[in-house]
Design a protein around this ligand. Structure first.
Ligand SMILES: NC(=O)c1ccc[n+]([C@@H]2O[C@H](COP(=O)([O-])OP(=O)(O)OC[C@H]3O[C@@H](n4cnc5c(N)ncnc54)[C@H](OP(=O)(O)O)[C@@H]3O)[C@@H](O)[C@H]2O)c1
Length: 298
């Protein structure tokens, strides 16, 4: 028997809700009556997601589309400003958007793209919203990580991956998913006693839009692998559970899969790395000390 918090009427912000796991989670949360703010980088995809969520949850579902390109810090700051202006309370923040990129690219901020979207965006959006989330306690922050963190390390000596970007981008992707866990660890530590929890999870291998942006060969590989994959709905189960279950009301700093807290790989348990990554991330978004230096910090 499931014990749910009763998420009806609660304000939930979710990134990456225009496709895959995020869209499936948004459908289920809307069915439960959550008041959604979905982040979309394209107007058309935002509108299509609203139509799909309403088809699943009913026309009365409350869904706002918030536009942002999460590869751009200016866009994330604008998004945070819009959220703070619109919503007096934030009950759940879900950092779910993410991607793997087959070749190295830099963002308009000069950061390496995979790291910017998968790690810096959750870091910046969360820190910009943190006081409002604290003021809304009990509240939850959830980040979509991956089992792909296994075998990865944070390349503190070459954070922009200037020295190598092999493995069709998967090595880099694994580093960012490790960063999601270390970010969650340090965030949970900073939130101790606040009534706000921070957790992350692996959704399983999910048939979604993931890795369809890296050319025909990779798209074909993903199609061929589909029989091994879960549906987005199944992939979203642990996410919805982390957002709404009373079983995890007191859990924080955890890495979950299949609705169970599990031990991540060794580098994800390194508290010193978690602190170092936080400091570096602050520098990369211009919040920390020392101030951001010129040149590529990617
Ligand atoms: N699929 C898997 O097997 C798997 C396994 C482990 C973890 N994950 C993680 O699950 C999360 C969701 O992935 P998915 O499998 O559902 O993939 P997906 O179907 O490709 O969905 C990715 C979502 O992220 C959004 N997004 C990507 N870049 C963005 C940007 N620059 N600005 C704003 N939004 C952006 C996409 O928006 P658009 O609609 O505009 O493209 C889309 O809504 C990711 O964090 C991924 O790392 C996936």
């Amino acid at each position: 028997m499931q014990n749910w918090t009763g998420i009806a009427g609660k304000r939930v912000i979710i990134t990456g809700a225009t496709a895959g796991i995020g869209l499936a989670a948004a459908e289920e949360l809307a069915r439960r009556g959550a008041r959604l703010g979905i982040v979309a980088r394209s107007e058309a995809r935002g509108a299509a997601a609203v139509a799909q969520i309403k088809a699943a949850a009913g026309p009365a579902a409350e869904i706002d589309v918030l536009h942002a390109d999460l590869s751009s810090q200016a866009s994330i700051r604008q998004l945070a400003g819009e959220i703070l202006g619109r919503y007096p309370g934030l009950d759940v923040l879900i950092n779910n958007a993410g991607a793997v990129n087959g070749s190295r690219r830099l963002t308009s901020d000069g950061l390496e793209l995979t790291r910017a979207v998968n790690h810096i965006a959750p870091f910046l959006l969360t820190t910009l919203l943190l006081e409002r989330i604290r003021g809304s306690a009990p509240a939850r922050i959830i980040t979509t990580s991956s089992v792909a963190h296994r075998g990865a390390h944070i390349p503190f000596d070459d954070i922009s991956a200037a020295g190598g970007y092999g493995g069709r981008g998967f090595a880099r992707y694994g580093q960012t998913k490790l960063a999601n866990i270390l970010f969650t660890t340090e965030l949970a530590r900073r939130l101790e006693g606040s009534g706000v929890t921070a957790n992350c999870f692996h959704p399983g291998f999910v048939a979604s839009g993931f890795n369809r942006n890296n050319g025909g060969f990779m798209a074909l590989v993903m199609i061929l692998a589909q029989p091994l994959a879960r549906t987005p709905e199944r992939g979203a189960e642990t996410l919805v559970w982390l957002a709404d279950s009373t079983e995890v009301s007191a859990e924080s700093g955890g890495y979950f899969t299949n609705r169970r807290r599990v031990r991540p790989a060794g580098p994800a348990l390194d508290l010193e790395s978690a602190r170092r990554l936080w400091d570096l991330s602050e520098e990369q978004v211009g919040m920390g000390s020392p101030p951001m230096v010129s040149g590529s910090l990617g």
